[in-house]
Write a protein that binds this ligand. Structure first.
Ligand code: NAX
Length: 332
């Protein structure tokens, strides 16, 4: 058996973590041969709940789970970790303006960036799930200068999974038949779910999703809106936000980062923008990426429609505004 690796999950007493911890400890991200030491970080009022989670993890009797370290101290939580799932964040409360939410979270992710910088392994892979995920990842990275900025990412995989599932249902094919649906931009309602590069493979023969669906009004209308508003639809139905699907998406994201993507298959990840496809530089923008040897690379050379270019510009503008707001909070 390999040496155990340390993996931290923040917001460990919350609802996404409740599903995520189990999946990670079962070996679904780092492999069935990789023992894990799980660090569970939350805030002091949640200590009691955290104890319950620790009991349940013990009761799962998972062979790969070597040790569990519950803590409220970032110095302990981030010590020597190889992978970090940053799920914990300040939720939007009634009457709270978007700016107040951003301001509270910018401060949390500054502290966590500083702790990662000081205590984590220098090759740690950081996935930010807590919202506003893209800007939180940007802030976190800027306070961890000793860790390469390529090691910070934000989650748009849930949006990708939602979009892929919508296309599979529309075509009446299994989910595994649909690939390369892309999420561009921000994990917010301005994101652009793009089926334009998608492929559907049935009985070994592959064609474009655009050709298979053959309904531009749907692909530019109901499809985009359904994915953009799916989170709100889940809240309306469940009275709680997406948790099981968010945990599964976090696992998919980290799994692909750790193990690589299959040849020709894209994953969508919020990563530092180099200005590709006309996006603003130096924001965390969701792109299609291919991954090899734990390094992601933006897929270049895709041809975008004018419709797509307009959508990318809207979501890019929002990310630039979020970045400017975050900087003004940090300066004040
Ligand atoms: P919960 O409210 O159930 O859990 C959040 C946990 O984070 C709580 O236990 C809280 O005490 C903890 N926490 C707060 N501040 C912390 C800090 N400074 N350090 C450590 N822990 C801290 O929320 P949950 O449903 O688990 O959602 C977590 C986050 O994921 C939210 O910000 C949510 O908006 C975001 N989401 C992001 C998604 C994405 O696709 N990127 C999708 C799902 C989800 O909405």
């Amino acid at each position: 058996m390999a040496e155990p690796i340390r993996v931290v999950v923040t917001g460990a007493a919350g609802q996404i973590a409740y599903s995520l911890l189990y999946m990670v400890a079962r070996g679904e991200v780092f492999g069935k041969e990789q023992p894990i030491i799980l660090h569970l970080l939350d805030i002091p009022p949640m200590v009691g709940v955290l104890e319950g989670v620790v009991m349940e993890l013990a009761d799962c009797a998972l062979p790969l789970l070597v040790e569990v370290v519950p803590t409220t101290d970032p110095a302990v939580g981030f010590k020597d970790v190889s992978a970090a799932f940053l799920v914990g964040a300040m939720p939007r409360k009634e009457g709270m303006e978007r700016k107040d939410l951003l301001s509270a979270n910018v401060k949390i992710f500054r502290t966590q960036g500083q702790a990662l910088d000081k205590f984590a392994k220098k090759d740690v892979k950081v996935l930010v799930v807590g919202n506003p995920a893209n800007t939180n990842a940007l802030v976190c990275s800027s306070y961890a200068p000793s860790i390469p900025r390529e090691n910070f990412s934000a989650m748009t995989r849930l949006d990708q999974n939602r979009a892929t599932s919508q296309i599979a249902a529309k075509l009446g094919v299994p989910i595994s038949a649909v690939n390369n649906i892309i999420i561009w931009g921000n994990h917010s309602s301005t994101q652009y779910p793009d089926a334009g590069q998608g492929k559907v493979t049935v009985n070994g023969s592959s064609k474009s999703v655009v050709e298979a669906v053959n309904d531009t009004a749907y692909l530019q209308g109901a499809f985009v809106e359904t994915v953009q508003k799916r989170g709100a639809a889940v809240i309306a139905a469940r009275k709680m936000s997406s948790a099981m699907s968010a945990a599964k998406a976090a696992c998919d994201h980290m799994h692909d980062w750790w193990n690589g993507t299959a040849p020709g298959k894209f994953a969508s990840m919020g990563v530092f923008s180099d200005g590709s496809y006309g996006s603003p530089k130096d924001v965390i923008f969701s792109f299609p990426v291919e991954i090899k040897n734990k390094q992601w690379k933006i897929v270049e050379g895709l041809t975008l429609s004018d419709f797509a270019k307009t959508k990318l510009s809207v979501t890019g503008k929002e990310l630039q505004e979020e970045k400017d707001e975050a900087l003004s909070v940090l300066d004040s």
